[in-house]
Structure formats: structure tokens, C-alpha cells
Design a protein around this ligand. Sequence first.
Ligand SMILES: [Zn+2]
Length: 436
Amino acid sequence: MSEQDAKPTEDSFSASRENSGITERAAGDPGVLEHLEAVLERIDRDELIRFTRDLVRIPSVFCPGTPEGNEARAAQYVADYLEGNGFDVRMEEVSENRPNVWALWSGDRPGKTLLFEGHTDVVTEGRAEEWSYPPFGAELVGSRIYGRGSCDTKGNLAAAVMAVKAIKDASVPFAGRLLLCHPVDEEGMMSGIKQFIRQGHAEGVDGAVICEPEENQLCVAQKGAMRVEVTVRGSMAHGAMPLSGVNPVTRAARFVVAVEELEREEISRHGEDPFLGYPSITPTVLLGPESGEPQINVIPASAYVALDIRTIPAQSHEEIVTRLEDCLAELGAEDPDFEAELEVIEERPHTKTDMDDPLILAMTAAYKELTGREPRYNGVPGATDGTFLHAWANIPIVTTGAGDRTIPHHKDEWVDVDELLTTCRLYAATAMYFCR
Ligand SMILES: [Zn+2]
């Protein structure tokens, strides 16, 4: 939930820098702080705003079948900007006209590699007439940029680009490499980051900052997810003669009730995660018939149940599947006509980065240096591209960025430019502390 007082603003940054004894603390690490100042001076607020607004004005909603309905133009905009600023840029199509963009910048000495990840796609704007401002107008009202993707996550993408550019342009000593990674399809099946990893582009990365709207809280854990489909078989019959058939609707309903009990058991067994709260098993779709025209006087041949399962690090996905299968087996033991199949159609592991991981230590040091305060640690309720960077490529991740955690995917999405500037400074400072 949003916590107004936990949000660092640019004002609080300036104030805290004056009052926080930055010079005394600098004694411990004069090198980083001396150069950090030079880097922060290179961050141009106006350019950050301009880049964010330009990017929001390029609709990058994925709509299959429409030639313009993808991320290509947004990806090209990012690539052109980076190329124009002296970066070595790579583009690679994940599917037709849906390119990932990335750029690797190396400091003057070898060292660790830090990745900044921010996706180029956005979700649909929904009904444009319900918005107070045009969804792709990127209007600047007071200190807010309104528009689809301003918060999730084009503002944060811009902050990452400006942070890396500031380090490059400041020409400070830098031990390591910074990788800007802007994949497609985060809001869909995450095919962009999956391909990026499969092609080996994430090899050698020591830490990843996932640039998503988290009110600049440092999110160190992410819930896992499973999407499960269950088909319950029956036998068609006239509604007036139900005994001549097998009704899959009542049997699917029994499964739904059993799932509710299973959820209670999982919660009592694993409790509440400090960052992620409780796990859940949620039936989201119940269809009978499974397909075709429903008719009130016909018992359908089959019914369909979909489950949206969200997990915490204490749970095992394998064990949950076993327990779901046990549920079906028990229902079958009670009823010889009960017949059902279960399929896991998507699995996204939960993630947790150790609190003493160098990435969290670097980001914590950066946050404290910039604000004079302890950061707030939290978790991400949904999956992000970071899920796969952590689970498939074994990369420690922290998810952070500007923007109200509850705003993404809503109408009237917005991001505050002062909060965004804070994010940009936090990204830059994290890189300076991590790569040294
Ligand atoms: Zn996002």
C-alpha cells in the first residue's frame, strides 16, 4: 500500500543531503562519494521528463494482428536515443516486429556487471474516454506525467537510461559494466526476457535492478505464480433426465470447494511471508460447458476450472501440484463417475534475494546516502521479468522504481517527476556502490 510519508521527494533529498552529515560519512568511502557527486550533477531533470513523455506518446500495447500493435516503435526510440548518446546498442526480434533492445557499457576497469531492466510494453488503455487526460498524450500536470506506461514502467525505464548515461558522461573511474535491458512482452508471457536469457545475454551479470513502480521501496522478494487448468469430464444428457448422464458442473463445483480448503491448509502450514503476505489459490474461471453454447436444458459433456495460484518462498510448486492431484484423486474415490485432468499451463517461481547480497547492500548504502534514511524493504505481489532473471539465470534482483504501487493498469496512470528523479539518482548511486 502507498505510504505517503515513506516516499522520498526531491525536496527531502536536498534537505537530507544538507543535514545528514554526508561529509562525515564520506570519510568512510571518499572515492565513491567524490565521484557520485559528479555523476548526480550529470542527471538532467528536463531530459528525464522529455524522454519519459516521448516514450509514453508511443503506444506500445501488444495487439496481435494489428501491424502497429507492438513494442517496435518504443524499442526503436530507446535504441536511437542510446545510439545517439554513444552507446553500443543491440536489437533482437523475439517474434515478428517485437524486438528486445539492450546496451552494454563498460567502465575504465574490469569489475562486476549490473543490469537495469525495464520493459517497453504497456497494458491496454481500456476505454480512452474514461481517462481525464489522453492515455497516450503524456500530459504534464503539475509534477505528474499522465499516460499509459508513465508509471509502469516507461518513467523508470527512462530513469535507468539517464542514470547509466550520467555515469558514462561523467567519465568517473568505474570498475565494471552496466547493462541496460529493455525487453518486450513483460505484461504478457515475458517472452522478451526469456529469450534474452536463453540467448545467453544475461551471462556474467552479478545483479539486476528491476525497474518497476514500487514507490522507491526496495523489493527483495516476489510472489511466484502458477496457472492451472482443470477439465472435468461428464456425459451429455437432457436436463429433464439427469440420471441418464454425468454432470460435470456439480463435480467441478466440488473441486472448487476442495481448492478453497486446500488454500486454508497452505496458509496455516506456511503462514505469512514478511514481505509478500499470504499465499493464495484462486479459482478465476468456471465454465460449463467447457466450450460451445451453454443450454439450460442440457447437461454438458465437460466443465472447466482455471486456478490463479500465487505462492510465497516457503512453498513448493511441486508440492502444490501434488496436493491438487490428491484433491482430484479423493473426489474420484468418493464418486466413480468423477473424471478430471489437471494441467499447469504457466509457472513463475517465487524469488527472494538475501538481505546481505552485495546488490541489496549497495542499494541500501545508496539510499541512505541520498536520503539520510533507512530504506523500506518490501515484496512484489506479482511476477516481473526479474522472476526469470532470478530463477533461470540465478541473478540476485531488487525491484524498485517510482510510482504508486496501486496505479499500474488503472485509468489515469501517472508518475511524479520528482519521485522519478529520486529513482534516477538511486539507480546511479546503486551502480556506483555496486561496481567498485
Ligand atoms: Zn511493469
